[in-house]
Design a protein around this ligand. Structure first.
Ligand SMILES: [Fe+2]
Ligand SMILES: [Fe+2]
Length: 203
């Protein structure tokens, strides 16, 4: 199976495809997209660091997430490079409605392992949606350099998505994880449906 094909199958897990109008309006506001994207990479690195600090006793988790932190920070650097070479401004973070809404779905309480599952699935979902959006950018925008850039990042984030799901299945009952994953997917589709379509946000 080609990479494209296998990723398409993995990406089918998302229950609602992005509105096809998004990529056109995002392209018109590419400066905002790049700034928002830089913060997405920062948050991806930070969330892996938080998990390492919360679960230092889980060797496999620590050893799997440590190189991902470096990779996400590398992505941050690369987005910054794209911003700088276009003379675009970075600036303060913007309110991330998507992540705020997803955070609201994290089940509070429960065992440590249950909490870990929630956070791994939350990360997996953000990776999956980012991967879908990067794919749209890589396919449809005009800027040749950014097309290539987003294609490369799409592959990397697809790998992270798989890693988070696999980790979740390793540290908790896989049946529970699969069932909870479906709930996360349904929830994500429901918030995306309600959210205003805007071209200045990656999600
Ligand atoms: Fe990334
Ligand atoms: Fe990632």
């Amino acid at each position: 199976m080609s990479w494209e094909e296998s990723t398409r199958q993995k990406m089918l897990h998302l229950k609602l495809p992005t509105d096809p109008r998004w990529v056109g309006i995002a392209e018109m506001q590419i400066e905002d997209i790049l700034v928002d994207h830089a913060y997405c990479e920062q948050k991806a690195a930070s969330s892996c660091i938080s998990l390492i600090l919360r679960y230092p006793d889980l060797d496999e988790l620590v050893d799997t997430l440590t190189p991902i932190v470096a990779e996400e920070w590398g992505h941050f650097e690369r987005v910054m490079e794209q911003l700088r070479k276009r003379n675009m401004k970075f600036g303060f973070p913007r309110k991330d409605e998507y992540v705020i809404k997803l955070n609201g779905f994290v089940k509070k309480g429960g065992s440590r392992k249950q909490q870990l599952t929630e956070h791994l699935l939350l990360n997996a979902l953000i990776e999956a949606r980012s991967c879908e959006r990067f794919k749209l950018l890589s396919k449809h925008i005009q800027d040749e350099e950014l097309k290539k850039f987003y294609y490369e990042l799409m592959i990397s984030e697809a790998g992270h998505y798989v890693t988070f799901i696999e980790l979740a299945r390793k540290f908790h009952d896989p049946e529970y994880v699969n069932q909870r994953w479906q709930e996360w997917l349904d929830y994500e589709a429901s918030i995306l449906k309600e959210m205003e379509l805007r071209g200045d946000r990656m999600h």
